[in-house]
Write a protein that binds this ligand. Structure first.
Ligand SMILES: [Zn+2]
Length: 465
């Protein structure tokens, strides 16, 4: 899932600001590599790498052939079958084996797409009106291809990294992430990870970039269920208690509850940077909150925005309800589904204990539906921020860079969990109206390909030299 953190609303607000000049100052991508990237992206879309279709290994073989054709030694490329899917790890060897490697990660799988729902065949890439259309064109084959071609370019240019640069491709990011978990364990001694599947710039209606978002943290996803039970009976003989009424009271208490405000280095940096480019009243409130997270007025204003409430603390919200078994029977049980997006640093136990207290019904049962994978925010390292600044300046000098925490989840989750600082620094520059990851008519602007390659080349060169 790519994290274009800025929603349509912020995009619309920002569009009224003066656009920045976008002068491309970096080295131009050699035309044959630019053409190769477009061709690779189109061919990539043609591999139906949807869960259960068994196409990821074939896609990995295709990518391995491209890597070999562009200077990667066969023994430095490893494809590991994992169930019906696979992972690919390819190493661009550095000169100093004592240094920890830099990982560049993407995922090869895509979410399903139904032919009948799409205007065009989702698995035949079509280039039309300046866009490449197809499932996965954006999520995440654009990032995979542009970062890989940047490495081809560095090899061609004779670049010798000091650290190993390792391409890391997972095979089930969109579903179970078991391949990601395995890769994270195998590669947990890395210096850092650059994820192509998050981060990127938002374009205004005029096609000019407005802001670049760097993903450095993810909230933890947790699903809980609360169930009330009752012996039930005939509906003509209602008693004093009722599983649905009990649940309704629980829902009322939950609706009135808010988790306490939280902030971190990352969210303060986010509010500081976003506040400077967001109009009133949200912008000034962001700046005040960044300065002082105890500013109650700023907090109250920001929680009223759905796009900012998640940056201020943990959120838990009722999403599903079921109960009863017949129109003429007293309900024997009623169940509420609660989805939580948990602020990094807060544990499952803390969230469950808090919900138990809020629910305030000793007879109700609360349980976590799936084990949760927690991850700490990655520090905003000076080397990463400097390298990113330099790379972005090649495409859009002075473009504001805003660190972000996304609602999750990408492959970075497992790497952060394993202790590898991970940064979503994707090269896609796209407008909110063209962002259709997971949706119909997914597409990427052809014009963004060269810029992304320039950005990846600069970033990798800077951090691996
Ligand atoms: Zn993705």
């Amino acid at each position: 899932m790519p994290s274009m953190h800025f929603g349509r609303r912020l995009g619309a607000l920002l569009m009224c600001l003066a656009p920045l000049a976008s002068a491309a100052g970096g080295p131009a991508v050699p035309p044959e590599l630019s053409a190769r990237a477009l061709e690779m992206l189109q061919r990539s879309v043609g591999f139906r790498t949807v869960a259960g279709e068994g196409q990821v290994p074939a896609y990995a073989e295709y990518l391995a052939a491209e890597l070999r054709a562009h200077g990667f030694a066969a023994e430095d490329i490893t494809i590991t079958p994992r169930g019906e899917t696979a992972t690919l790890v390819a190493r661009f060897r550095g000169s100093d084996p004592t240094l920890k490697p830099i990982l560049v990660s993407s995922h090869m799988d895509v979410v399903p797409a139904m032919r009948e729902d799409w205007e065009r065949d989702p698995f035949t890439a079509v280039v039309e009106d300046g866009f490449v259309y197809g499932r996965g064109a954006l999520d995440n084959k654009f990032g995979l291809v542009t970062s890989t071609v940047a490495l081809f370019w560095l090899r061609q240019a004779g670049f010798q990294p000091r650290r190993d640069v390792v391409i890391v491709l997972s095979g089930d990011e969109e579903t179970t992430m078991t391949t990601t978990a395995a890769l994270a364990q195998e590669l947990k001694d890395a210096e850092l990870l650059l994820n192509t599947d998050a981060g990127g710039a938002l374009l205004g209606d005029d096609g000019k970039p407005i802001v670049y978002s760097l993903q450095a943290a993810e909230k933890t996803y947790m699903d809980f269920e609360v169930t009330t039970t009752n012996p039930g009976g005939h509906s003509s003989r209602p008693g004093a208690t009722n599983a649905i009424y009990d649940l309704a009271r629980i829902i009322g208490r939950l609706a009135a509850f808010r988790f306490p405000a939280k902030s971190s280095e990352l969210t303060r940096a986010y509010f500081e940077a976003a506040g400077a480019i967001t109009p009133a009243p949200a912008g000034p409130a962001m700046l005040r909150y960044a300065e002082n997270p105890d500013d109650k007025d700023a907090y109250e204003l920001l929680v009223s925005y759905p796009e900012y409430v998640g940056q201020i603390g943990t959120t838990c919200v009722a999403t599903m309800v079921r109960g009863g078994h017949a129109p003429n029977a007293l309900p024997q049980s009623a169940t509420l589904g609660i989805n939580c997006r948990v602020f990094p640093g807060e544990s499952v136990e803390y969230v469950q204990e808090t919900l138990t207290r809020v629910i305030d019904d000793p007879k109700a049962k609360i349980r976590l539906l799936y084990p949760a994978v927690t991850s700490d925010p990655s520090p905003l390292r000076e080397d990463v921020m400097k390298a990113l600044r330099k790379a972005i300046d090649l495409r859009a000098p002075g473009l504001p860079i805003v660190p972000s925490m996304s609602a999750g989840a990408t492959d970075s989750l497992y790497f952060r969990n394993a202790g590898v600082p991970s940064y979503g620094v994707g090269g896609l520059f796209i407008s909110a109206k063209d962002s259709f990851a997971h949706g119909l008519d997914e597409r990427v602007p052809v014009a963004s390909i060269d810029g992304a390659i320039v950005q990846w080349r600069s970033l990798i060169e800077e951090l691996a030299r």
